[in-house]
Design a protein around this ligand. Structure first.
Ligand code: SF4
Length: 291
């Protein structure tokens, strides 16, 4: 099933909100996985991108994202620390480069970066760009503006990470201290200076299948390059701590759905792989494991 549609997508057709995509919610999961895998193999190949990160600053975030251990609104016991020493960041980057990682990102908790921390980040990226030529540099520092993105790009950053997290409809149930429009403006500002974008979200926060579809279309319309999907791992002390974990079937269906709607993006399963057999290998290789 879906053979014809899959062929059309491989040939360049893109699903839109005007299409009847109810099959992505109601269709047979095995057929969907097979179709999604054919799309991935044809348009993305079997390449694997190994991303590594360092948490550059922890805790005390002013924002109230319900899923997040770093928010000062929740009581999670997350470690709090200022921007790490630059040499420590560069050493971690070198180690990851040596171990064969393709990408390295500094991730900082917080709505954005203070002027002081932004300058530290720029210095760290410049140093890594000079000393680790074999690794792509990514950043994840919250809501920055176009000038700041320009500076990051000049410092060697090639990709910026800013998750949408969920659908436009559901976003206010998850966070009220910033809006999805602020996130979208941030992504567009990063794109304007030529940064590639890594943006996805978290599933299993109480959203509906229609919300998952909606975020998939938002990401497609933004032309996102890399889509990390995270299955919520409820954290004690957050408002979502008692939510049930998603089933493996729901996670696999969501990954397939995102591949149909974002066929050239690198759709990846990030947090939540431990909820699945063999760490989610099936989401990438639903048929016998390819090498
Ligand atoms: S802005 Fe980022 S660090 Fe702060 S609570 Fe939200 S997700 Fe967590």
């Amino acid at each position: 099933m879906y053979e014809e549609l899959v062929d059309e997508i491989i040939a360049g057709r893109r699903l839109t909100r005007e299409d009847d995509v109810s099959f992505l919610i109601n269709g047979d999961l095995e057929d969907l996985k097979k179709g999604a895998d054919r799309i991935r193999a044809a348009l993305c190949g079997n390449r694997v991108n190994l991303c590594t990160i360092i948490n550059g600053r922890g805790g005390r975030c002013s924002e109230n994202c319900k899923f997040c251990a770093q928010s000062a609104h929740h009581h999670t016991g997350a470690k709090e620390y200022d921007f790490l020493d630059i040499d420590e960041i560069v050493a971690a980057c070198k180690k990851n480069e040596k171990n064969g990682a393709h990408k390295f990102s500094i991730v900082t908790a917080g709505r954005s970066l203070s002027t002081k921390d932004f300058e530290l980040a720029v210095e760290a990226y410049k140093k890594m760009h000079e000393e680790c030529p074999g690794i792509d540099l990514c950043g994840s520092h919250g809501l920055l503006n176009e000038d700041q993105f320009r500076r990051l790009k000049e410092s060697g950053v090639t990709m910026y990470h800013e998750n949408l997290e969920t659908s436009r409809r559901y976003f206010p149930y998850i966070c009220t201290t910033h809006t999805i429009d602020e996130k979208i403006e941030c992504i567009k500002a990063a794109q304007r200076v030529g940064l590639r974008i890594c943006s996805g979200g978290i599933i299993g926060m109480g959203e509906s299948w229609e919300d998952r579809l909606d975020m998939a279309f938002d990401l497609a319309e933004l032309g996102i390059d890399s889509i990390p999907l995270n299955a919520l791992m409820p954290i004690k002390g957050t408002p979502l701590e008692d939510l049930p974990q998603l089933s493996e079937e729901d996670i696999l269906r969501t990954v397939a759905m995102y591949r149909f709607i974002n066929p050239t993006a690198d759709v990846r399963l990030a947090a939540g792989r431990t909820l699945m057999a063999e760490n989610g290998k099936e989401a990438f290789f639903p048929e016998p494991m390819r090498r």
